[in-house]
Design a protein around this ligand. Structure first.
Ligand SMILES: [Zn+2]
Length: 202
């Protein structure tokens, strides 16, 4: 696992971006995060990027507590407790056949988490897995799923990550995403509020 740390001289938010949390998805996500690293760091604060948390592992869903007992899950928890980021973004990729279940309105009943919202080109966003949210180790958590096979989604992911890197406050990240994707963001926020109530998070 490689960790890339950008540290600006100016004080600011700490942001952690982690890719390749499962099985072989790192193969798709890692090159995109590596090219994002080449663009440079933030104007303030700290940006930590892990292009691929694992390379080839048995699939355990991050929605399950068991994930955090695996090596990669343990590494993720150590990263979060070490950096205590203000913003935490995890980037996955999904096979075409998973699209329906990831975006299904009954996902909350089946999996205990709200459906993901499509920004564009199959790029889906939502909040963090319940176990992580409940740790309180970060303030804003975003989960991104991109299609494993859709080159167009790369640019959309990069645009999203640039917003996270460049905006210097949490409310500014949210309002910039809201400006880019007004309908999708209001829906995602609405789903997040219900999800928080379900988890008893104030
Ligand atoms: Zn994944």
């Amino acid at each position: 696992m490689k960790i890339h740390v950008f540290k600006s001289k100016r004080k600011g938010l700490t942001k952690l971006i982690v890719g390749g949390l499962h099985g072989k998805e790192g193969r798709v996500v890692k090159p995109i995060l590596k090219s994002f690293i080449l663009e440079g760091g933030p104007r303030s604060g700290m940006l930590i990027i892990v292009p691929s948390l694992c390379s080839k592992t048995r699939y355990v869903s991050t929605l399950s507590r068991r994930y955090f007992e695996t090596n990669e899950g343990g590494r993720l928890l150590s990263l979060l407790s070490h950096y205590k980021p203000d913003v935490y973004v995890e980037v996955h990729c999904y096979a075409k056949k998973a699209y329906e279940s990831l975006t299904s309105p009954v996902r909350i009943i089946r999996k205990g988490v709200p459906r993901l919202i499509e920004l564009e080109q199959g790029v889906l966003i939502g909040s963090s897995p319940p176990f992580l949210l409940l740790t309180g180790l970060f303030r804003l958590g975003i989960t991104v799923e991109i299609p494993c096979r859709n080159g167009e989604s790369r640019e959309i992911l990069l645009r999203l990550l640039r917003v996270v890197r460049d905006q210097e406050a949490i409310d500014k990240i949210i309002s910039e995403l809201m400006r880019l994707y007004p309908k999708q963001l209001s829906e995602a926020i609405k789903l997040f509020e219900t999800y928080k109530q379900r988890l008893n998070i104030p």
